[in-house]
Write a protein that binds this ligand. Structure first.
Ligand code: GLY
Length: 316
């Protein structure tokens, strides 16, 4: 089991101060959930799914229960998963009545000939697969509704909310995306990412989390990545694959993540975060927003952080 590594993020954004501790607890709990599966000999894909499902079920995060609302006041969620051993991937976009979009993404990966299903067609597959359905409005928290009211009041442009660190101030309309990367005892790599998107996004909009190479990527020969931040910027910069590409050139994760984020900021002006594991089991968690809650487990140590440069350590 000494190969095993698992890292999760709870989204890169201007996480308000009163949310720091619940976010830290949430990412740690999700990391432990994924780790439990790795220690039972499960695959990296199963561990990633378990950690992300825990984050989707936690209302503190913008994914699954707790998703933010689009410009019609509705929930539309996106998720992806990728298996770096077989180079298989599955993604879903703009689904409303699926309790755990990450499970539907895995179903697309393992049981269809496709890599990406959206909307009603994706929901039909969820029903056929017997995945748990929900009433879409039940995925919205009181806070999500308040955020939507703020959005309507201030009419903030979605693209300005994440388009540069300077714009990410306390109290901006935010929330963001969850993700996980893992290496199992056989050295296989996997990634997953899930999101409710950004408050006030256009109905029908799918961000980076629908797109393999942007919201996540996994390749046993190189490494795996899960990203967060301004979806359109992550998409234009192919942020996940950009970091994989740096790692393929021999750059270690802690430098590859920073380089990929800087490249995105320089080229398209967008902010975000990224978690990485390389084929050697080295890992990193980096962001260029105000904060990003993350947690990692390797050996018998749990690492976590929220603020830039923070890396706490405690025994498992
Ligand atoms: N970061 C959430 C999104 O852009 O979809």
């Amino acid at each position: 089991m000494e190969n095993c590594v698992l890292v999760v993020h709870g989204g890169a954004w201007a996480l308000p101060l009163n949310k720091i501790e619940v976010s830290r607890e949430g990412v740690e709990a999700a990391a432990r959930e994924g780790w439990k599966h790795l220690m039972q000999g499960a695959s990296a894909v199963t561990a990633v799914q378990a950690a992300i499902a825990a984050l989707e079920d936690n209302p503190e995060f913008d994914a699954g229960y707790g998703s933010v609302m689009n410009d019609l006041g509705e929930v539309e969620m996106d998720a992806l998963i990728m298996d770096g051993k077989a180079m298989r991937s599955g993604a879903v976009g703009a689904v409303s009545c699926v309790k755990n979009p990450i499970k539907l993404a895995r179903h697309v990966m393992e049981n269809t000939e496709h890599t990406f299903l959206v909307g009603a067609g994706a929901e039909r597959q969820a029903k056929l697969a017997g995945l748990e359905e929900v009433e879409p409005s039940s995925m919205v928290t009181k806070e999500g509704k308040e955020e939507f009211e703020n959005y309507k009041h201030y009419s903030s442009a979605v693209n300005s909310l994440y388009s540069g660190r300077a714009l990410l101030t306390e109290g901006c309309i935010g929330h963001d995306t969850v993700g996980c990367v893992a290496m199992d005892y056989q050295g296989n790599l996997a990634c997953g990412t899930s999101t409710g998107g950004i408050t006030g996004k256009m109905a029908g909009r799918v961000g980076a989390v629908g797109c393999i190479g942007c919201g996540g990527y996994a390749d046993n020969q190189v490494g795996c990545a899960s990203t967060t931040g301004h979806g359109e910027s992550l998409t234009k910069a192919c942020l996940a694959y950009s970091a994989i590409n740096f790692m393929e050139q021999g750059i270690p994760p802690h430098k590859a993540g920073k380089k990929a984020l800087k490249r995105m900021l320089d080229k398209v002006g967008g902010a975000g975060g990224i978690i990485l594991i390389d084929k050697n089991g080295d890992w990193s968690a980096d962001f260029i927003t105000e904060r990003m809650a993350w947690a990692a487990i390797k050996g018998d140590i749990v690492y976590s952080g929220v603020h830039p440069g923070e890396k706490l350590e405690k025994p498992l």
